[in-house]
Design a protein around this ligand. Structure first.
Ligand code: SF4
Length: 146
């Protein structure tokens, strides 16, 4: 959480190092903008976690442009955009609750069901598996499990 200009400079330095020595990074952040910049520029993927579990994984731009999991949708819809036109068009996803459950005592089934606006009966009973729903795009949600 350092100054934006410094942050971009450091991310660019890490990307340059990646090209020079052929290394890989596991970059952990709460900042979707930084994740997009770092992953898309470096040709990487984004994995979205909720209460310690990966709920969606795909190439960075695929996650940003076509989010599937309701938690990813909520995260992306809450990221501020500089374009006022685009900002007016975007509809933030309304969650059932803003209370975040304790990771020490997470909800049964899908850990997101206490907040998810699309929650159905099965969601509180069965934990959804992470499944590939289109090439290279994985999501753990009963909405996509047939
Ligand atoms: S499994 Fe159910 S509660 Fe969990 S994210 Fe999907 S729809 Fe929502």
């Amino acid at each position: 959480m350092i100054d934006v200009s410094l942050r971009i400079g450091i991310l660019d330095l890490l990307l340059k190092l990646k090209e020079e020595v052929g290394t890989s990074y596991l970059f952990i952040t709460h900042d979707f903008g930084a994740a997009r910049y770092f992953s898309a520029k470096g040709g990487g993927s984004i994995a979205v976690m909720y209460l310690g579990k990966i709920v969606e994984v795909a190439a960075a731009e695929e996650v940003i442009q076509n989010p599937l999991h309701p938690y990813t949708k909520a995260l992306i819809s809450s990221v501020p955009v500089a374009d006022p036109e685009l900002s007016r068009k975007r509809k933030p996803l309304k969650l059932k609750s803003l209370d975040i459950p304790s990771p020490l005592n997470p909800p049964s089934g899908c850990k997101f069901h206490t907040r998810c606006p699309y929650s159905k009966d099965i969601c509180s009973k069965v934990e959804p598996e992470l499944k590939e729903v289109s090439p290279g795009h994985y999501v753990a949600c009963h909405l996509y499990q047939g």
